[in-house]
Structure formats: structure tokens, C-alpha cells
Ligand binder design. Structure first.
Ligand code: 5AD
Ligand code: SF4
Length: 452
């Protein structure tokens, strides 16, 4: 049996895509390996969102090329595939710069991999055209064993691409225009996952709450409506979605946070900046106060909401005072977790052409201050849950024998002592202590068992 090694960079969409590629290749006679040295096929599923992502890929390709040469001396062949957003953005350029690469395939084309690999026996190939057909229709269904192997919490792509065109972001160029999968296809996939033992679904999309998929009745469904339908699937106990845009938080979705017990009280809603001028330059189409009011409305619907966000510091032209607006927004809103980045110019995006770029030193200083504040908030949130009784979905064995690890509704990692539970159980846990990265708790009630 041939072996495939897949390395994924970047976001959850890439994790999902990497799993689909691996699923597909098993039907082509490959088994997955975690050891790159023994791989007959190496796939780098790349990310283009920040920094010199492309450069990272080229240096990784340098290493893989050495492996390819070494295996060649032993009479073994290695094919190298570059997939994902760097593949989309760089296309043919990758073949020119990295002679060891056999196939370059974009995020919308990886269902063609078997055919591309056949072609690659005689020539080097690039496939980055946006296709008309839906790649998901061409992907084989993973077996129950493969699904179970990946755990009780699963991603499910419901939407791809983005029409927002924030001026700093490459996504609309690499992932293309917004497309929503149909409700029927999503439900089929969700039922298959649930039948294999999945208890938690995280619906993913670059702009997931802009979801507007065709329903079985031909009408267009919103994310709120879809969540209600998915909650009816036997076995599915928890729903999440990521990543969202503030402009697309409609009333139906906010109401779902109030009405749907399966929808976890956690929301990742990137704000990027607290300065109205910078938000405008970013083309975010909302102000700081609009974001504050939106959060108030969502918290009214779900008072226990754990809020998460993305931030960019040092966007072109950001002044000290404008950065302070971001600090103030963070202080006002309060975040349970967050991701923050220095602005990084992406070729081809409008912000990269803006005249006044902020110096690296200023970016570094602002990022350190922001991260300090966000970390204080994260720890305060975690400490605040100590003493509370929360449901924990058990996902894997814990760090030590007799321990299991799972997630709270707020997506906190929780370690518990137990020897009578199995992966997939949802147990009621009293939180006893907050460590720096996870919480510790004791089981109060066995709770809702996973189907055997
Ligand atoms: N520079 C820095 N951060 C960026 N992000 C997207 N593009 C850039 C960029 N050019 C961040 C945003 C987004 C997250 C996924 O990555 O905060 O929400
Ligand atoms: Fe990029 Fe903005 Fe679209 Fe998010 S909403 S993917 S940041 S363009």
C-alpha cells in the first residue's frame, strides 16, 4: 500500500480540506502516515493569510526535496503536491521556483487529485481554475471507522469563499466568491458523521454566518434556520460555527443563541480594530460602537456568551490614538479568547498599496500591549468558571492515566479524573481549578452517554 503524508497550515477550512484529501486518497489505495520520510506522496496544504507564508512553503519544499532525492537513491519515488491558498495564489510560479513539485492544486480543485496524480506520471501539472462543478459532489464519503478515528467533534464545511473584500485580506482572491452548500447535502453529511459517533459539529466557512443555502423546499435558508434543523439529528448534542462577520449576525441567528440549547454559548466574531477610521479603511462596514451594540444584543439573547475575536495591529496609517481605540474596545467588550496579529501586507490586496505602512517596531509594541490585555481577560474568564458546574464533552484520554480531556461549552480544555467514562460522553463537571491552558474538574453527574 502506498503512503500519503498531509501537512496542513492555517485555518480550520484547511484542516477540513486536508482530511477530505486523505479520505479521497484512501480510495486510491493510499494509507495515511504521520512520518514524511516514508511517504510516497507528500501534500502541503498551504495558507496565504499572513506573513511570508509562501516563503515558509518554499523552505519546507526544500526539505521535502532532499527527502525525495534520498528516496530516489533507494529506488523509491515520491510525488509532491502543493495544495491550498499558496497554490491558488502562486500557481505556475511554484513549478518554476520548486523543481521537485509535481502537482499544484487550488482549494476548489482538490477533488481532481487522482486524475492530476495520473497526469503527473508524465508531466508537472497545475489546476487552479475555479471550477463550475461542486468539488464536494466528487469526493468519496469517508468510512465510519475513518470518521471515528478523527474524534467526536468534527468540522463540516457549509460555506466557502468571501465577498466582503476587507482591504487587508487575500481570502476573496484565493478562495473565490461566496458559495453556500445546499441544506440537503449538509444534512446528509451531518447524519453520516452522527451515525459514526460524532457528537459535536462545528460548521465552518470563511464567512459562515453569510450562509444562504438552498433548502429542500427550494427556499433560501439562513444559518439560524440550518442550526435548528441540525440540532434535530439524533446523536448531535453540540453545535458551533466559525468564522463570522459582524454584518451578518441576523436576528434569526441571534435568536438561535437564545432558543437552541445545542448551540454552544461561544462565538468567534472578529472585530479587527476599535477605531472607526481604521475599520472604514479596512472596508469592514461597521463601527466600533455598532460592534459594541451588536454584542449587547447577542448577550441579551445568551447571557453566558464566551466571546472570541481576531485583531490586527499596525494596519497602514494606524496612529497611536487609533490603536488606543482598539484597547478601549477590548476593555469595554471583554473577550474569553482571541487571536491577534501584526498587519502583514498581502500582495494584490488594496491595503498593501497604502502609503503609510507602520514600522515593525511599532507593530511589535502594540501587539505586545494588546496581547497582554487579552491574556488577562482570558485568564479572568477561565478563573470565573472555577466553581461552576458545566457539561464537558469527553474527546480523548487525558495527560495522565485515569484522566480524560474534553471541552466545556465555552471551548475551554478540561481535564477530569475518571475511569468509568468513554470518549463521546457528555458529563457534568464541577470546575475546581484553572491552569494556564486548561481547567481541572470533578464529575458530578455521569450525564448524557455516547451511543455505544
Ligand atoms: N495581516 C494580518 N492579519 C490578517 N488577517 C487576515 N489578513 C491579514 C493580514 N494581511 C487576520 C484577520 C482575520 C484572521 C483570520 O487573520 O484578523 O480575521
Ligand atoms: Fe477576509 Fe474580510 Fe472575508 Fe474575513 S470577511 S475572509 S477578513 S475579506
Amino acid at each position: 500500500m502506498k503512503k500519503v503524508f498531509v501537512k496542513s497550515y492555517g485555518c480550520q477550512m484547511n484542516v477540513y480540506d486536508a482530511e477530505r484529501m486523505a479520505d479521497m486518497l484512501t480510495t486510491e489505495g493510499y494509507s495515511e502516515t504521520k512520518a514524511v520520510e516514508e511517504a510516497d506522496l507528500v501534500i502541503l496544504n498551504t495558507c496565504h493569510i499572513r506573513e511570508k507564508a509562501a516563503e515558509k512553503v518554499y523552505s519546507e519544499l526544500g526539505r521535502v526535496r532532499e527527502l525525495k532525492k534520498e528516496r530516489q537513491t533507494q529506488g523509491q519515488e515520491t510525488k509532491i503536491v502543493v495544495a491550498g491558498c499558496v497554490a491558488q495564489a502562486e500557481g505556475k510560479e511554484i513549478l518554476r521556483r520548486a523543481p521537485a513539485v509535481d502537482v499544484v492544486v487550488g482549494p476548489q480543485n482538490y477533488h481532481n487529485l487522482p486524475e492530476l496524480l495520473r497526469k503527473a506520471r508524465s508531466e508537472r501539472v497545475v489546476d487552479t481554475e475555479f471550477p463550475i462543478e461542486d468539488k464536494f459532489d466528487h469526493l468519496p464519503k469517508p468510512s465510519k471507522a475513518m470518521i471515528r478515528n478523527r474524534g467526536v467533534s468534527s468540522f463540516l464545511t457549509i460555506q466557502e469563499g468571501c465577498d466582503k473584500f476587507c482591504t487587508f485580506c487575500v481570502v476573496p482572491y484565493t478562495r473565490g466568491a461566496e458559495v453556500s452548500r445546499s441544506v440537503t447535502k449538509i444534512i446528509d453529511e451531518a447524519v453520516r458523521l452522527a451515525d459514526a459517533g460524532v457528537r459535536e459539529l462545528t460548521l465552518i466557512g470563511q464567512n459562515v454566518n453569510a450562509y444562504h443555502g438552498e433548502g429542500p423546499d427550494g427556499s433560501i435558508w439562513s444559518l439560524g434556520r440550518l442550526l435548528h434543523r441540525l440540532a434535530e439529528i439524533p446523536g448531535i448534542a453540540r453545535l458551533r460555527y466559525t468564522t463570522s462577520h459582524p454584518r451578518d449576525m441576523d436576528d434569526e441567528l441571534i435568536a438561535a443563541h437564545r432558543d437552541l440549547p445545542a448551540l454552544m454559548p461561544y462565538l468567534h466574531l472578529p472585530v479587527q480594530s476599535g477605531s472607526d477610521r481604521i475599520l472604514d479603511e479596512m472596508n469592514r462596514k461597521h463601527t466600533g460602537d455598532e460592534y459594541r451594540r451588536l454584542i449587547e444584543r447577542i448577550r441579551k439573547a445568551q447571557p453566558n456568551l464566551a466571546l472570541s475575536s481576531d485583531f490586527i495591529v499596525g494596519f497602514p496609517g494606524e496612529t497611536d490614538a487609533e490603536f488606543e481605540d482598539t484597547m478601549r474596545l477590548v476593555a469595554d467588550v471583554g473577550f474569553a479568547s482571541s487571536f491577534s496579529f501584526k498587519y502583514s501586507p498581502r500582495p494584490g490586496t488594496p491595503a498593501a498599496e497604502m502609503e503609510v505602512q507602520v514600522s515593525e517596531a511599532v507593530k511589535a509594541e502594540r501587539l505586545a500591549r494588546l496581547q497582554n490585555l487579552l491574556e488577562t481577560q482570558r485568564q479572568a474568564f477561565n478563573r470565573g468558571t472555577v466553581g461552576q458546574t458545566l457539561d464537558v464533552l469527553l474527546e480523548k484520554p487525558g495527560r495522565h492515566p485515569g484522566q480524560m480531556a474534553g471541552k466545556s461549552p465555552y471551548l475551554q480544555a478540561v481535564q477530569i479524573e475518571t475511569d468509568c467514562h468513554q470518549i463521546g460522553d457528555i458529563v457534568t463537571v464541577r470546575m475546581t481549578q484553572a491552569g494556564s491552558n486548561s481547567l481541572f474538574g470533578e464529575v458530578v453527574k455521569p450525564g448524557n452517554q455516547a451511543a455505544a
